[in-house]
Write a protein that binds this ligand. Structure first.
Ligand code: UFG
Length: 325
């Protein structure tokens, strides 16, 4: 029988990491997970697969890289607001942690990497939908930390023959309720879980601004189901395993929804009205972020399957009820 690739997943106890690990296992890959559990949840990973350590432990990571064909690197902090308050934390964790991982990979001679990047590398985009060759101009330390790592990966392609795929996620959401996997941040700052919380508690959610230049005045985002994101990682791995070269891809649907449209979808799915208050704009929120995802569709043959807003909200609601009832 053909030997299936062995993959090391960093941050596999986090939201997107655990769903991707689930998809990799379904594909028959052998998977080892590293997570320091600073943000991830132990119950998201089978105990025999989980190694609790920090990426800064270069030697410990190198020891786990024996026989590994590729690394999928999720481990990072990802809260934009926190990154504005604690920029050093974002540079030391997201950049420093990654450099240590890359050192360990060099020692173990592992030369393929799929990296979690973000739409935040584009900052306030000039052109919509945003193509991958748009200007990289992050407006917060979180986006900057990811842009710096993308640069380092380009250097290592040159000096080390490291082949990497950077996946620039738009708004990750949804869940895999059948696998008991979904979104759980503490504190929660993301729109859909907060809409559910408003439904469940009766406490109004704040809508951050309704005076943007959009049809209903609220911000537009490109919401992408975590299952479709996971599928993009599997496609990126297949591409690298087949000898593909380094590249960056947007992962989004190409269609945007306003905050009020998402709120209405939550009302339809839950059958309840969402209490809300219009509040001031949130600092750093661009008016509109929508991906041009043609490159990913064309090169990797990826297609979103579950990213209709109704389906996203349905899966996320099923998970919310499972977890928080
Ligand atoms: N929003 C509200 N009220 C809330 C929470 C969010 O109105 O209580 C609005 C935001 O203003 C925004 C939209 O809902 O317009 C989505 O907000 P999220 O916080 O869910 O997501 P963001 O678009 O801010 O963040 C996402 C990713 C980040 C990435 C960023 C790029 O989660 O990782 O896009 O700008 F950096």
């Amino acid at each position: 029988m053909e030997k299936m690739p062995k993959i090391l997943v960093t941050g596999g106890a986090g939201y997107i990491g655990c769903v991707t690990t689930h998809h990799l296992l379904q594909r028959g890959f052998e998977v080892v997970v590293i997570d320091d559990l600073s943000r991830g949840h132990r119950e998201n990973v089978a105990p025999e697969r989980l190694h609790v350590l920090r990426l800064q432990d270069t030697e410990g990571v190198a020891n786990l890289l024996g026989g590994v064909d590729a690394v999928v690197h999720f481990a990072a902090h990802s809260a934009v607001g926190e990154s504005m308050r604690e920029p050093e934390l974002y540079f030391s964790n997201n950049v420093g942690g990654t450099v240590s991982l890359l050192e360990a990979m060099a020692r173990a001679n592992v030369r393929r990497l799929v990296f979690s990047s973000t739409a935040a590398v584009y900052g306030d985009p000039e052109k919509l939908p945003i193509p991958e060759d748009a200007q990289i101009a992050p407006v917060n330390p979180y986006g900057q930390s990811k842009a710096i790592v993308e640069k380092i990966l380009n250097e290592l392609d040159h000096y080390r023959g490291l082949r990497s795929v950077a996946l620039r996620y738009f708004n990750a959401c949804g869940a895999e309720p059948d696998a008991g996997l979904g979104e759980e941040h503490n504190p929660e700052t993301h729109l859909i879980p907060l809409l559910f919380r408003a439904v469940a508690t009766g406490e109004p959610i704040q809508i951050f601004g309704n005076d943007y230049a959009t049809p209903d005045g609220t911000c537009i985002r490109d919401y992408i189901h975590v299952s479709d994101l996971a599928a993009a990682h599997v496609a990126a791995l297949d591409y690298l395993m087949a000898g593909g070269g380094s590249a960056a891809y947007n992962v989004g649907t190409g269609t945007g929804q306003t905050v009020m449209e998402v709120l209405r979808a939550v009302e339809e799915v839950t059958g309840k009205s969402v209490p809300y208050k219009i509040a001031a704009r949130r600092e750093g929120d661009p008016t509109e972020l929508v991906a041009d995802s043609k490159k990913l569709r064309k090169t990797l043959g990826w297609q979103p399957q579950r990213s209709g807003i109704q389906e996203i909200v349905r899966d996320a609601w099923a998970y919310y009820q499972l977890k928080f009832k």
